[in-house]
Design a protein around this ligand. Structure first.
Ligand SMILES: C[S@@+](CC[C@H](N)C(=O)[O-])C[C@H]1O[C@@H](n2cnc3c(N)ncnc32)[C@H](O)[C@@H]1O
Length: 515
């Protein structure tokens, strides 16, 4: 299995859930398509497949229902002169840095400093961090620090901030009557509103968007979701309090009882520096981005991005018009993309069509259950096989513990003449924002490689439950003999691949019961 590289450079500019390893995606694109051909990803997310297709000189079509996904993909690919970005940054800095920093004013021994981090526990201020001659100072809060921090209120926020209500969903810690603004302290919200107002005043659209991109990329660390990592220094005395380190916002809307409030100007500046570095490197490369808005305009190495439902887009395409489809649709209920992206979409005022999302959501109000998912998923698969050219390939990254979802794939593959030719697994990058920590969770994705054929597709054999169990147990024995230590996902992968090689249809639930 090719090792997943971590997200650096342009791939590390903005968070998105379930980003795929860019090096492996690049290999798949090169193996399955040629220069100038058309590659489609109807669930493109942060656009790893789209970016790699463009960099490998293919035409790329990226579709996603989430406007934030399309925004991230576009911003990642946009080549922009870094000196222009830098000039604009200096103007923003001049206009708002002092004002924002005044919100983090710290007074010690008659001297003034700028607070960098504040540790809160159960809504009371525990520590104030600031810098003196570039040295980090950790201090106990004074009465005036507390009074000052508590003097900020929502009603004082000078400019726009999102008033959007989150959709209650316990899986992602979105509680009833929780709003996007509840994710931030009133002080940080004031700073964010000033910064965002200033960014929106940038006249040049490309520049404005790149700074909006820096802004959304810094929102997680500007929120109350930044947890505190407590580390005891074992070499020192037992009584010494643990050292606090800054965690990073990962997934969901969990506000820990003990959390950091980080100076939002610093969050923004750090993100900006990272993005600028990536943009500088990108600017020195030879690729040129040509974006088109219509399929008929795709020529040799062009990009078509569209924020819409995969099904709606696929239905506009002619039969046999695509050379390669590579996609990674949502799997199960782990990551309700649109619900999670509300934090970003609401700032950018992006509208979302929740009812068209292919998802299983634990949010009761959404009525997005597994049968609804499977129905929708089947339609998508039928469309993908229809638009694929004969003898061309389709790569599906998939990860599900639901029997019916697997059945949908197998059934459609047979009906739509897309032959499953190979199945492999794909590991996540080290800094990926998705790990299924549930017991017996699938810690890797399966990669299903299909080829469109005009001939007969060999059907997977449905065996009896007893027969299936027998086959599984024999694979389990074989695996355990060869591997003394293993994690459950490794044996699950081994069995699934083993059964598919023998062309036996399996129920993932029976595998889980027998490992
Ligand atoms: C697993 S993620 C893709 C992540 C991507 N592979 C990456 O590397 O960033 C699945 C994507 O499907 C999108 N999605 C969900 N329902 C959709 C629909 N009906 N049409 C198009 N996109 C949809 C989500 O917004 C999400 O971005």
């Amino acid at each position: 299995m090719q090792k997943a590289e971590s997200y650096t450079g342009i791939f590390g500019m903005h968070k998105y859930w379930s980003k795929k390893p860019h090096n492996i995606i690049k290999s798949l694109i090169n193996e399955n398509s040629k220069r100038g051909e058309i590659v489609l990803d109807p669930f493109c997310g942060s656009g790893i497949s789209i970016i790699q297709s463009i960099l490998s000189e293919r035409n790329a079509i990226g579709i996603d229902l989430n406007p934030m996904a399309i925004f991230i993909t576009k911003q990642t690919l946009t080549k922009i002169d870094p000196s222009l970005i830098d000039v604009e940054f200096k103007k923003i800095k001049k206009d708002v840095e002092d004002k924002i920093n005044s919100f983090y004013h710290v007074k010690r021994k008659q001297k003034s400093f700028v607070g960098t981090h504040y540790v809160w526990k159960n809504n009371s201020l525990e520590e104030v961090w600031y810098k003196e001659n570039n040295k980090k100072i950790i201090s106990k809060p004074t009465k005036s620090d507390i009074k000052f921090a508590e003097s900020f209120s929502l009603s004082d926020t000078p400019y726009f901030y999102p008033k959007t209500e989150l959709i209650p969903n316990s899986r992602i810690n979105a509680k009833k009557s929780m709003f996007v603004y509840d994710l931030f302290t009133a002080r940080n919200l004031c700073g964010l509103s000033i910064l965002f107002e200033r960014i929106n005043k940038i006249k040049n659209k490309e520049l404005r968007e790149i700074f909006q991109f820096c802004f959304t990329a810094s929102l997680g660390q500007s929120s109350k979701m930044v947890f505190v990592i407590e580390k005891r220094d074992k070499s020192k005395t037992e009584n010494k309090p643990p050292k606090k380190e800054i965690g990073s916002w990962v997934i969901g809307y969990w506000i820990p009882k003990q959390n950091f409030e980080v100076n939002i100007w610093n969050c923004f500046k750090n993100r900006y520096n990272r993005i600028l570095k990536a943009k500088k490197a990108q600017f020195s490369t030879s690729f040129n981005l040509n974006q088109v808005t219509k399929f008929s305009k795709l020529k040799n190495n062009d990009l078509l991005l569209s924020n819409q439902s995969a099904l709606d887009y696929l239905q506009t395409l002619n039969d046999e018009s695509i050379d390669y489809v590579i996609t990674d649709p949502p799997h199960g209920d782990r990551i309700p993309y649109l619900e999670l992206s509300l934090m970003w979409n609401s700032w950018l005022n992006f509208d979302t069509e929740f009812e068209k999302e292919l998802i299983v959501s634990d949010a009761k109000s959404r009525k997005k259950d597994i049968s609804n998912y499977n129905q929708f998923f089947k339609l998508i698969l039928i469309e993908i096989s229809r638009v694929l050219k004969p003898k061309k390939n389709f790569t599906l990254m998939f990860n599900s513990l639901d029997n019916e979802s697997w059945r949908s794939i197998v059934e459609i593959s047979y009906r739509s003449k897309i032959q499953l030719i190979k199945i492999t697994t794909l590991s996540y990058s080290a800094n990926s924002v998705v790990q299924d920590n549930r017991k017996k969770g699938l810690e890797t994705d399966f990669v299903l490689h299909f080829r469109k054929t005009s001939g007969k597709v060999s059907k997977l054999i449905e065996v009896s439950k007893e027969e299936e169990k027998k086959e599984i147990l024999s694979l389990v024995r074989k695996y355990k003999k060869q591997n003394k230590e293993y994690r459950s996902f490794e044996i699950i992968n081994y069995i699934v691949i083993g059964l598919l090689k023998k062309k036996i249809f399996f129920n993932i639930s029976i595998i889980l019961q027998n490992i």
